[in-house]
Design a protein around this ligand. Structure first.
Ligand code: BDR
Ligand code: CA
Length: 313
């Protein structure tokens, strides 16, 4: 068994997922042991294909890709995020087919198997809707006992949502799954949308990194172009990469400068509030502090890690 920390990533690639995956593949302290894929940003056929392509671009074609759930647990999603990530989730640039294919094993079963193979050491990072993880948890409620650390990109901790006024995309896409996971894991790390907004990169700076000329930078420049233009038009000078921030924290916990531990619950009903992550900031409910919420991360470390992932260092 390798000395490196085993890392299992549940994801729905996605332009920001792609950056997070490049960061993970580039990290010498961690070994990516699998990519569990869900539908989210776009449909499952695209997210699986994108994961296969990304592992190839990162020079890690041996890392297994497991296709998982092609829809939320209970309700049809309100909408996907094709308007941000492109219809294929990778900017519609028409990249050539990846070599290889996904494993036959379902992502939820792979999560459980890998949790046994790496019991007590496995770091699990969830970058998409929590559907696969919820299913795994329902199949085997002892799963959290074998996970060293769960890092979730999801939620909006003061209800400044990005998919509805109050809901963040990953939680809003499948609130029932988010409820199952965020109430089923006694402890987890939460990198929410509001932390994302507080840790942007200046567009002109990103363009410099992307001009590095490495195959990774070139591929990433192409697939992110559409979403960067969209972001500059909508959100101004800074570009935000939610999944990359969660991954930076997962890979380098020392970079967290400020966190807060609080109870978090997911609203699954509500005409206006479905998908809200309700944080008990004043500890009024008596519920345990299940979430460690990221408030501030070392921006210099974050920048350096992204640059290194793009081979732009
Ligand atoms: C999250 O939603 C998705 O669109 C992104 O990939 C990220 O995981 C941000 O709300
Ligand atoms: Ca994602």
């Amino acid at each position: 068994m390798s000395d490196r920390i085993p890392l299992l990533i549940d994801t729905d690639p996605g332009v920001d997922d792609a950056l997070a995956l490049l960061m993970a593949f580039n990290d010498p302290r961690h070994e990516v042991v699998g990519l569990a894929i869900a539908a989210g940003n776009v449909g499952l056929a695209h997210t699986v294909r994108n994961a296969l392509k990304l592992r190839e671009v990162a020079g890690c074609p041996q890392v297994p890709v497991f296709a998982g759930c092609d829809r939320p647990l209970v309700h049809a999603p309100r909408e996907d995020a094709a308007h941000v990530h492109g219809r294929d989730g990778f900017g519609d640039v028409g990249y050539p087919d990846p070599a290889g294919q996904a494993e036959a094993e379902h992502a939820a079963l792979a999560i459980l198997r890998l949790s046994h193979e790496h019991a007590g050491r496995l770091v699990l990072v969830a970058l998409g809707p929590l559907t696969n993880l919820a299913l795994a948890l329902r199949l085997d409620p002892t799963l959290p006992q074998r996970i060293a650390r769960l890092v979730v990109m999801g939620g909006a901790v003061s209800a400044h949502g990005n998919i509805t006024p109050v809901a963040e995309f990953n939680v809003g896409f499948d609130p029932e799954a988010a409820h199952v996971v965020l109430s089923g894991f006694p402890k987890y790390d939460l990198a929410d949308w509001e932390a994302t907004i507080a840790h942007g990169f200046h567009h002109r700076e990103v363009e410099k990194w992307l001009a590095a000329g490495s195959p990774r930078a070139r591929f990433y420049e192409e697939i992110s172009r559409q979403t960067r233009l969209w972001s500059e038009d909508r959100r101004g000078d800074h570009w935000h990469s939610a999944d990359a921030l969660a991954m930076a924290w997962a890979l380098e916990p020392e970079g967290a400068l400020e966190t807060a531990e609080r109870p978090v619950a997911v609203e699954t009903e509500g005409r206006l509030t479905r998908g809200l992550t309700a944080v008990d900031w004043n500890r009024q409910t008596g519920a345990p502090d299940n979430a460690r919420i990221l408030l501030r991360y070392d921006q210099a470390r974050f920048d350096a890690r992204v640059k290194a992932a793009l081979a732009a260092g």
